[in-house]
Write a protein that binds this ligand. Sequence first.
Ligand code: PFF
Length: 447
Amino acid sequence: MIEKRAVFATRFAAVATTVGSAVGLGNIWRFPYEAGMHGGAAFILCYLAFVFAIALPVLCAEFAMGRDTRSNIFGAFRKLCPGGAWHYVGYVAILASLLILSFYSVVAGWTVEYTLASVCGKLNFADAATGHGQFVELTTGWRPVVWTVIFLLCNVCVLMGGVTKGIERMSNILMPLLFVLLVAFCINSFTMPGFADGIRFLFSPDFSKITPAVLLSALGQAFFSLSLGLGCMMTYASYFSDRNRLGTTAFTTAMLDTLVAILAGIIIFPAVFSFGISPGSGPTLVFEVLPFIFSQLPAGAVWSTLFFMLLFLASITSTVSMSEISITFLCEEKKMSRRSATLLSSAIALVGGVLCALSFGPLRGFTIGGMTVFDLFDYVSSNICLPLGGMAVSIFVGWVIDRRMLRRQMTDGGAFRFRLLPVLVFCLRWLCPAAILLIFLNSIGLI
Ligand code: PFF
């Protein structure tokens, strides 16, 4: 049975929900570690350029496609280009969404574990030097598998609550709260001995550090952070009302998402330099550094509990959105009930999640192309599938379909003038496809 399509009640709810999807572990966990591994400010500079010149136009295009067709990614491509093969992009999108859901659930599982460890007083705040040992203890072996499963179960519960009820209610309350907490921690960073070094690392670029790998990672991070290239924003926009200035919603989402990432950087790097941790520590960086920060604060356990709990909730608003891609596909294309679709996609993510969780423990030595399963899922989805998906969307909207669709959607059916339309069209036709292609060819050494 296909359920009736829901519509977000207010514009605020629509923005809160897209921001809820965009803001998550990508900003607070992935952005700092990617920046740390790829030269800090040089990476951030590329990232900012890609967010505004490439990802933002693609976000507008996804919004337009989603609201125009009111369907999932397959339906959107098919309705706009009947008879074409474009809807096959949807398969790559679904693959990417399930890969991301798998490794994302592992990290979200760590947040659950850290929340509980904080509540039970098991995070050792008195002796911050044991941060690394603690991380290893909490996240290796079979334990993370249990937390990954628990996290995915929470995700299923929210998804079963339906689109408007479950997601809207959570996003409206949690996102502002998380933001306030981040600002508070950011202010605390000013007091750290490594503040100046941290800020220099973040904002004073060494241009010689910009390599093809840095460009590709920054591009992947821009798409990952804005939940782009896999039809997630397209699916959400299919629930927008007809009066929702898409350009404003897209810009607000990009700004807030970037702001949260930068705040996370300002929280993490002064601490990294204060405590002598290597900025290039990789995926474990943030989880090793945060307990150090809490150990410096009065009532550290309280802050820690609050922070990890909010991070867990921010992760859920993101996983709900990425699950929505395969669920709407299964419901609308395969005529499954929402319940069965939710269970099926969660079961697939569960298998992937277990493999990713084990790659910090028993499967550590199992690598493909030098990457563990966790790293491989992340690399393939974020650095390959998402930018390619974004390139497909920009070529599709810029070249393949009638350009009046974009105009209609960006102006709410002619209700107002959207002055930036020519710029948007230029970006979608030329800049986005060309830049993504060049970065790809460059990173595989072809140019
Ligand atoms: N944008 C999310 C984050 O930054 O945490 C991650 C994400 C959500 C990626 C939804 C892809 C997606 F479809």
